[in-house]
Write a protein that binds this ligand. Structure first.
Ligand SMILES: N[C@@H](CCC(=O)N[C@@H](CS)C(=O)NCC(=O)O)C(=O)O
Length: 205
């Protein structure tokens, strides 16, 4: 049994972590959950993630949930893969910013646009401000390329890149040349290609 187990549904937000694990190159096991069968609400799994959601990661006796936190954790625990920016490096500030910006700004901005509220909240009350600002900020950040941290591909690209890729795929974000080029660069990565192929096998089984 590998030290790392991903609680996974294919495809879903846990695919973000599967990509991260493929980038890492460490052996891992998959514990598959069928969301349509509500397996994520079974008491055994709620003991792993009381939110009843995937992903969750077990690393020996440590359980981590939330895709962004899992990617940050893995990047720091396995520094040889150079997917983190270590403590003491001034680039760690922007790196952490992107890791948090993905789940706390990009994703809610996309979902609020896909499922509009009856009453528009005040901009100042929303953690992400407004959709267009979020998209402009991300587009500007990915434009110089190849990655958010320049030449250094990091866990932040796995987190932010997964959401941009998925948003583009389902037409939930504007088709912008900056996003198309960034996603094309990400899709050239063998680890992402492997994780997509592995998820397709699982989904077809
Ligand atoms: N904030 C969580 C969100 C996870 C999430 O929403 N996962 C979905 C799959 S994409 C899920 O487990 N849905 C099943 C359910 O809510 O019953 C994260 O980023 O990890």
């Amino acid at each position: 049994m590998a030290k790392l187990t991903l609680y996974h549904a294919a495809p879903s937000r846990s695919s973000i972590v599967r990509w991260m694990l493929e980038e890492l190159g460490e052996p891992y096991d998959i514990h598959l959950l069928h969301l349509a069968k509500e397996e994520q609400r079974a008491p055994g799994y709620l003991a792993v993630n009381p939110m009843g959601k995937v992903p969750a990661l077990r690393h020996d006796d440590v359980i981590v949930t939330e895709a962004g936190a899992i990617c940050a954790y893995l990047a720091d625990e396995f520094p040889h893969a150079r997917l983190n920016v270590p403590v003491g490096d001034p680039r760690r500030g922007p790196y952490l910013k992107w890791l948090f910006f993905g789940p706390s700004c990009i994703e809610p901005a996309i979902m609020d646009r896909a499922y509009p509220r009856k009453e528009e909240p005040r901009r100042g009350m929303l953690s992400y401000g407004d959709f267009d600002t979020v998209m402009n900020v991300v587009a500007k950040a990915v434009e110089p390329g190849p990655y958010l941290m320049g030449e250094h591909f990091t866990a932040a690209d796995v987190v932010v890149g997964s959401t941009i890729r998925w948003g583009t795929m389902f037409n939930l974000i504007p088709v912008r040349p900056e996003f198309k080029a960034y996603v094309a660069r990400l899709e050239k990565r063998p680890a992402l290609q492997r994780s997509i192929a592995l998820d397709q096998e699982l989904a077809a089984a």
